[in-house]
Design a protein around this ligand. Structure first.
Ligand code: NAD
Length: 484
């Protein structure tokens, strides 16, 4: 154990052991082995981080925007120059193919810093000339110290999606990455210090949701919580933070529909639907897990989709040809398998996949699962309604547009949705009628960081991205000036 890295907290500009002196094991999902430990922190560490952040806040907030933006730009450049190191670490920590971390996770983390370094320099507030002698103008002050809590599926990508706008807007941050995937947030904290981020501006506290997450959500210094994770956790956070009048942004779970009409561009749709179902082993909140296919092409789609899902190469995430890595933890692997058992009991037919895969060599004890495609499930059953968050997609046949939209909207969630059609009229109509924060038409996961990102219903409250994020991380103050 002594040669294994220990991921420590980063408080007030340096690494610190947790007050408890305790550590958890961190596993490499591809091998099932412990490869590191992480600080088992508690409310004492959160209190230290909050104190450091509070002390750093006045100077960070007073720093000219251009200078703050330059530091964020330097972080982006440093991260970009170490892309391979971060991609390897992300792949080891999560089980995702290193090719994906290299192409998506780390480049998008770089973009998050670069984008908000630019955005904050264009962020303007409103001025309302009310009459010839009255002028209203709105100041937007940083909130002070904010809490950012992120999940394990896209660790650095989602961590930076929160801290970049928070820092750009002039806040100091106490952040908690998932205890399951603590590596890259720890590496980033060090890199931020090297890039000139002053001590206390970004603090990373590791530990469980109950010990550290709740301490962040209830600490009096923290003015806002930006959270991404499961819906149940979001509800718990709202229940503790709302009575303390903290600002809340909640990005939660999904059960995203993909609507495929007869007139879709079949080849483009098939290739993208394979990605939207199984990218990152289906562990992306935006993955489409309910695939509604119009009657005329259902059988053809089913045959081709199953053939392509079966052909996906599952194995060592470090292998350049791997398309599906390991699931993030033993517990999650067991949960997804139990969801497949439930699907069978609920009347579903597993058309392919679902079996445990044992790759040869170093990954023989890893948490791998063959991508599964199902059909025949009633839409009201648990498998059709509850988030699985793994490499599992269900097919449903529909006849009319109305039927497809009604079924698509029939879940407690409303994060993302995808529509495949060549009809412009239908694309607009369906996009407008889907109960989701995001609709992609004839594409998936094409991102523009200026657009609002988030969900409706149990998929969340509030929006991230662009001005939405900068507004969330600032407090508007209106000044009404009467000229004499
Ligand atoms: P999770 O809710 O278990 O954990 C997320 C984070 O919250 C972790 O850092 C965890 O330690 C912390 N946490 C847990 N309990 C807490 C509490 N009581 N108080 C404060 N913090 C607490 O989620 P997960 O398993 O890490 O991630 C998977 C979930 O995240 C899925 O439901 C997925 O859909 C969702 N997700 C949503 C989005 C989105 O943008 N909407 C993006 C990615 C993932």
């Amino acid at each position: 154990m002594s040669e294994q890295p220990a991921f420590l907290n980063f408080i007030n500009g340096s690494f610190a052991a947790p007050a408890s002196g305790g550590y958890f094991a961190v596993h490499e999902p591809a091998t099932g082995q412990i490869y590191a430990t992480v600080a088992a922190s508690d409310s004492r560490d959160v209190a230290r981080a909050c104190e450091a952040a509070e002390k750093a806040a006045p100077a960070w907030c007073a720093m000219p925007t251009e200078k703050r933006a330059a530091i964020l730009d330097t972080i982006a450049s440093k991260l970009e120059s170490q892309l391979e190191r971060f991609a390897q670490a992300e792949s080891k920590d999560t089980g995702k193919p290193v090719s994906l971390a290299r192409a998506v996770d780390i480049p998008r983390a770089v973009s998050n810093f670069r984008f908000f370094a630019g955005a904050i320099q264009h962020f303007a507030s409103e001025c309302h000339p009310t009459s010839s002698d009255v002028l209203n103008y709105t100041l937007r002050h940083p909130l002070g110290v904010v809490g950012c809590i992120s999940p394990w599926n896209l660790p650095l990508y989602l961590f930076t999606w929160k801290i970049a706008p928070a820092l750009a807007a002039g806040n100091c941050v106490v952040a908690k990455p998932s205890e399951v995937t603590p590596a890259t947030a720890t590496m980033l904290a060090e890199l931020c210090a090297e890039a000139g981020l002053p001590p206390g501006v970004l603090n990373v506290v590791h530990g469980t949701g109950l010990e550290v997450g709740e301490a962040i959500c209830t600490h009096p210094t923290i003015k806002a919580i930006s959270f991404t994770g499961g819906t149940k956790t979001g509800a718990r956070i709202a229940s503790v933070a709302a009575p303390l009048f903290k600002k809340l942004s909640l990005e939660l779970g999904g059960k995203n529909p993909v609507l495929i009409f007869d007139d879709a561009d079949f080849d483009a749709m098939l290739a993208t639907t394979l990605r939207s179902s199984f990218s990152n082993q289906g562990e992306i909140c935006l993955c489409g897990s309910r695939i509604f296919v119009q009657d005329g092409i259902y059988d053809h789609f089913k045959a081709e989709f199953v053939k392509r899902a079966k052909a996906l190469r599952v194995g060592d995430p470090l292998d350049a040809s791997t398309e599906q890595g390991a699931l993030v933890s033993e517990q999650h692997h067991a949960k997804v398998r139990s969801n497949l058992d439930l699907a069978r009991n609920e009347g579903g037919t597993i058309l392919c996949g679902g079996e445990v895969i044992t790759p040869p060599g170093r990954c023989a004890k890893g948490w791998f699962l063959a991508p599964a495609v199902m059909e025949g499930l009633p839409h009201a059953c648990r498998t059709s309604q509850e988030e699985i968050f793994g490499p599992v997609a269900s097919l449903y046949r529909f006849k009319t547009e109305e039927e497809a939209v009604t079924l698509a909207n029939d879940t407690p969630y409303g994060l993302a949705s995808v529509v495949w059609t060549r009809s412009l009229d239908r694309a607009h109509r369906v996009a407008a009628n889907l109960h989701a924060g995001i609709t992609w038409v004839n594409c998936w996961m094409v991102r523009d960081l200026r657009t609002p990102f988030g969900g409706v219903k149990q998929s969340g409250v509030g929006r991230e991205g662009g001005w939405e994020a900068l507004r969330f991380f600032t407090e508007p103050k209106n000044v009404c000036l009467k000229l004499s």
